[in-house]
Design a binder for this molecule. Sequence first.
Ligand SMILES: *Cc1c(COP(=O)(O)O)cnc(C)c1O
Length: 354
Amino acid sequence: MYPRLVVDRDKLYHNACLIKNLCSRHGIEVVAVTKGYCALKDITDVILSAGIEKLADSRILNIKRMRNECINNYIMLIRIPMLSEIADVVRYADSVLVSEMDTLRSISEECVRQGRWIEIIIMVDVGDLREGIMPEDVADFVKEASKLRRINIAGLATNVGCIGGTMPDKDNISRFIEAVYSAESILGRKLPTISGGSTCTLKLIDDGEMPERVNQLRIGEAILFGINDVCGRDIPGTYKDVFTLEAEVVEVKRKPSKPIGEVGFDAFGEVPHFEDRGIRKRAILALGKQDVIINGIKPRHAGMTIVGASSDHLILDVEDYEGTIGVGDVIPFDITYGGLLSVSTSPYVEKVIL
Ligand SMILES: *Cc1c(COP(=O)(O)O)cnc(C)c1O
């Protein structure tokens, strides 16, 4: 069945081993982030088989499913939780990122109710301006948090390179480490988990600027794609083509490249604009916006370009493609992290691991 997402097991395993070893040489444990592929069990199993032991996801629904699939590994919830999901957080997650005292109180109450403990990792914002406590407020927050019942403050975490696009650097990571020290002086003990960031924070290892105290990174993209998009860096020795999206051709014809007649709005309320390139050979694929974010894919073969897509059809210009192409052929695409996320959430795309 097409479209389908094909996962290369060996390449994924190789990437996972490489990232794990790269980090462990610097005293850093890898927490594998599963959100990019909706925690699909076959993929998670490959990553676990590479010796990575901890997992993280942004959705409690995915974590719950992993538990139902008998994944008993340590799992971290990496989106600061909603008050409405605290019961499940306490039930299914081993640790959770937190930045609000109200949330923490609710977690504490729920832990008492369920007779459980959960590890709390306090999120610190060092400049990306998504979630987290500002560094100067960490001491007060920790003081309050330490009074709560059944709350194990396991460490601090930070994140850059997301909403703000802030890159990890010496400055912001040392602000984070200062926050760690201020939390530790309030608690009177050393914190075991210092979670320094995501894939983009690998840059600090690269640059020789990773502080010694950082002992954990939460990594998705580097394992799955072998790249670090925020910094635009390649991670040497990794495969970039673990994933392939395949779609089937349902029409091939030579047609004008400029729509005929008066142009109004397209199916998505936008006014399309096409350059007149004369008569071109076009292939229609049974793939559309219901399957994948179109700007998250790129034809793997030279001589093919995406002309446009609707909910169910993708038009490829194949005039310059040197091979032959006909109805029933399967066309491979490279896919980005965002593209992977979208196919993972689409029930129309089959997922196979080879
Ligand atoms: C998504 C996410 C990660 C992983 O990011 P990658 O770029 O895939 O490595 C880590 N931490 C948090 C809080 C996240 O939301």
